[in-house]
Design a protein around this ligand. Structure first.
Ligand code: SF4
Ligand code: SF4
Length: 204
């Protein structure tokens, strides 16, 4: 599977609108991941309890609504069509076919995110300290102090990259769009999205 770095390199010269999309989203993901790495370093130093999130821990992929931008749907679609192949692709097609009406994210298989480098910003942002999430646990309600995610500065910096995809390039217009919550209007739910079009594209 690609890392964000290798994917960023791959899309650097990708032509057309696909290239523009993937470069915008790779930049946005890069900003988010950089700020999270810095923020987590500070949090780990400050707190007495350890970071619970780790590879193979995927309860959060199975019991919470995942917010997703329309640009993220497009980026994920491009990624699975162009960068996932072989057995992984076949398993993902079968997984996406049975998604309807499930709270489980359609991209988690055997507790592994199949789209890790292009996973949504919402997935990248949230981190839990102390005990890992338990099945069905609403961590935010039950132990909000254990939840950490980056602040408004990161949201703004990430939005500046994403807004370019929506044709907003002027820096002042970007700030206005951010303050007017332009991207909220472009946000839906990972689980409620109909991934049937993607299954058809992957099956060609
Ligand atoms: S959010 Fe919860 S379930 Fe997800 S990786 Fe972190 S501890 Fe594990
Ligand atoms: S996109 Fe990946 S990280 Fe996000 S909920 Fe789905 S499987 Fe989990």
């Amino acid at each position: 599977m690609d890392s964000l770095e290798s994917l960023t390199e791959f899309v650097a010269d990708l032509p057309g609108e696909e290239g523009r999309l993937m470069r915008c989203m790779s930049k946005a993901h890069g900003v988010m991941d950089r700020d999270i790495a810095q923020g987590l370093e500070e949090q780990i130093e400050r707190r007495n309890n350890p970071l619970a999130c780790q590879s193979g821990c995927a309860v959060c992929c199975q019991n919470r609504a995942i917010a997703i931008l329309s640009s993220e749907i497009e980026a994920i679609s491009w990624y699975v069509v162009n960068r996932v192949d072989g057995a992984a692709k076949e398993r993902l097609i079968e997984r996406l076919k049975v998604q309807h009406n499930s709270r489980i994210c359609p991209f988690v298989i055997d507790d592994v995110c199949q789209i890790y480098p292009v996973r949504p910003l919402a997935c990248r942002a949230v981190h839990i300290f102390g005990e890992p999430c338990m099945a069905g646990e609403d961590v935010l309600a039950k132990r909000p102090g254990d939840v950490w995610y980056p602040g408004i500065d990161t949201a703004k910096a990430v939005s500046m990259e994403v807004l370019s995809w929506y044709g907003i390039d002027d820096p002042e217009e970007k700030v206005k769009a951010f303050e007017a919550e332009f991207l909220i209007e472009k946000t839906g739910s990972m689980q409620d999205h109909d991934w049937g079009v993607l299954v058809a594209l992957m099956s060609k």
